[in-house]
Design a binder for this molecule. Structure first.
Ligand code: ZN
Length: 98
């Protein structure tokens, strides 16, 4: 099943592993504001990846704002402090050496 199909599948019809994947996908399609320019974008837009090409793998994914091009970090707070889907964007600090 494609990620886009899983996203809209009926939850009760899914095996537990796909329920978990669906939960993650539903969080990631929520849009949150870029802290730099305020543009709302979802994880797939920030990571420049098609939802159907995405796999949940460990480690950080490099993301950037589609409008202001600032590098962004996808952050899931330990305690949810708001943000759509329970996550928000952080800016990657600018390295003055670059
Ligand atoms: Zn931005």
């Amino acid at each position: 099943m494609k990620n886009s199909e899983l996203l809209t599948a009926k939850r009760q019809d899914l095996p537990p592993i796909d329920k978990q994947r669906q939960y993650v996908l539903r969080s990631l399609v929520q849009k949150n504001a870029c802290p730099n320019c305020g543009h709302a974008l979802n994880f797939f837009e920030g990571a420049r990846v098609d939802i159907n090409d995405w796999e949940d793998k460990p480690g950080p994914t490099s993301c950037e704002c589609t409008i202001c091009k600032r590098e962004l970090i996808y952050v899931v707070p330990f305690l949810s402090t708001g943000g759509n889907g329970g996550w928000h964007w952080h800016l990657v600090p600018i390295d003055p050496e670059r």
